[in-house]
Ligand binder design. Structure first.
Ligand code: NAD
Length: 452
């Protein structure tokens, strides 16, 4: 099939490459000409496992352009995956989605059939608004084309984006017309039936069950995305709330999580206590759903609490450092990991940003390390007095404390004795509970985990 993917960021690029991999002819369109230039050289503008391999292997089935007008007309299916950043009131801003929809409508061809789906996370009712906008433009152009608009929310996790796209749990399609569902089913058939041969770097997970295509109305599809992210955010905040109480009564939250996670009604995933969630989705999507509810005068105290606990969790690091070092002014603190999670270079709403800003505010000197996100961090913290250090041991030189913020593998494998030896004052705040407290203590650290 001829497919156009508009907005080739974390979601769009992964989608475009995966669709090319399973046999479609794909055009990736983005308004960022620098991004398109980099992609056209088969380089990836973002860090995500396998993207660069796909870019060089799939040159014949994917191309990238900034020119929507000449590109979407021949596409049977058009996927919108542009950003939906938060507005000042927390609601999702769909100005990019709307401008893309208008541009698409201006580029469609007479007598053709199209299915347009949003993969961007959009406020409830967006599909209806886009339908109206596209129809209106077509009428203005006096052009007759069949256009179906639907919702196809995305659930990939950054750091595992290709894996989640090729081996998803489920694919959700919200559409009013069966014809649109049929086209989308055809698009995903190789994934639904797993008929493609796995890339060598990404074997099919053992025991992987064929993913269902869940069809529903577009409003419910749009809501599913928000409900999924709110629930996941809530689950993490739940265990973090218990972590705080565990610390006070002398229980170990990792033991508690293990104990409750074995109950199949609860399940073990997303029960790792730590510094809380960040990234481009949970913070933005929970705030958007609260904004939506407020338009109806409806309270969502559970989602609100998930956000409150998460914000408080970022402060926990500062409290632990104050407990260990008393005064932070003039202290040197090393941060291990800036990306919002491992295997990505994405810093959007990363816990590290709040922690670093709080430390600077309190007069501490900050040294940071991250295996891939240092360049992005330099941009974000431009003009601030921070040492960006390329080696995970060097970053600890003469520090008063090390704070593990992102659980990259390189930190899990670090030699704690060697790390402690580099420091002025071996304090370790293990913000993700990745170290064995006894090992850390025998390496010479004052060890402070979360909820243990
Ligand atoms: P992103 O910022 O990485 O990518 C968005 C891309 O859209 C950028 O490359 C930008 O240049 C492009 N763009 C913006 N306006 C455009 C326009 N008018 N024409 C063409 N291109 C335009 O964002 P992302 O992380 O890929 O997220 C995209 C959407 O998917 C968001 O709604 C997000 O909430 C949702 N989502 C993201 C994730 C994730 O893990 N990142 C997961 C599921 C859903």
């Amino acid at each position: 099939m001829n497919v156009a993917v508009i907005g080739v960021g974390y979601v769009g690029l992964t989608t475009a490459l995966s669709l090319a991999y399973i046999g479609h002819d794909v055009i990736g369109i983005d308004s960022d000409s620098e991004k398109i230039r980099i992609l056209s050289e088969a380089r990836s503008p973002i860090h995500e496992i396998g993207l660069e391999t796909f870019l060089s292997e799939l040159k014949n089935s994917i191309r990238f352009t900034t020119n929507m007008k000449d590109s979407v007309g021949n596409s049977e299916i058009i996927i919108i995956s542009v950003g939906t950043p938060p507005k000042p009131n927390g609601d999702a801003d769909i100005k990019h989605v709307e401008s893309v929809a208008r541009e698409i409508a201006c580029s469609l061809l007479e007598g053709r059939k199209y299915v347009i789906v949003t993969k961007s996370t959009v406020p409830i009712g967006t599909y209806r608004r886009l339908t109206h906008m596209v129809k209106r433009t077509l009428t203005e152009r006096n052009l007759s084309a069949s256009v179906y608009i639907g919702s196809n929310p995305e659930f990939l996790r950054e750091g595992m984006a290709l894996r989640d796209t090729l081996y998803p749990d489920r694919i959700i399609v919200g559409a009013e017309q069966q014809e649109a569902v049929d086209v989308i089913r055809r698009l995903y058939r190789p994934i639904l039936e797993q008929t493609f041969s796995s890339p060598s770097f990404l074997p099919r997970p053992e025991g992987f069950a064929l993913p269902p295509l869940i069809t529903t109305d577009p409003t419910s599809a749009e809501m599913i995305k928000y409900a999924a992210n709110s629930y996941l955010a809530l689950k993490i905040s739940f265990i973090n709330e218990f972590a705080g109480l565990c610390e006070r009564v002398g229980a170990d939250v990792t033991e508690v999580a293990r104990g409750i996670g074995m109950d199949p009604r609860i399940g073990p995933r997303f029960l790792q206590a730590g510094l809380g969630w960040g990234g481009s989705c949970f913070p933005k999507d929970t705030s958007a759903i609260l904004a939506l509810a407020s338009y109806y005068g409806y309270n969502m105290p559970v989602v609100e609490a998930a956000r409150q606990v998460n914000n408080r969790q970022r402060q926990v690091v500062i409290e632990k450092l104050q407990m260990a070092l008393k005064v932070l002014r003039g202290r040197t603190i090393a941060i291990l990991g800036i990306a919002f999670k491992p295997e990505t270079d994405d810093l959007r709403d990363a816990p590290s940003l709040d922690i670093i800003n709080a430390l600077l505010e309190l007069g501490a000197h900050v040294r940071v390390h991250d295996p891939v996100a240092l360049d992005n961090a330099r941009e974000v913290f431009q003009g601030l007095e921070i040492d960006f250090v390329k080696d995970p041991y060097d970053v600890a030189d003469a520090c008063d404390a090390v704070v593990l913020v992102t659980e990259w593998k390189v930190y899990q494998q670090i030699d704690l004795t060697k790390l402690a030896a580099r420091m002025r004052n071996p304090v370790l705040v293990d913000g993700r509970n990745i170290y064995n407290p006894l090992n850390a203590k025998s390496a010479g650290f004052l060890y402070l985990g979360i909820g243990r």
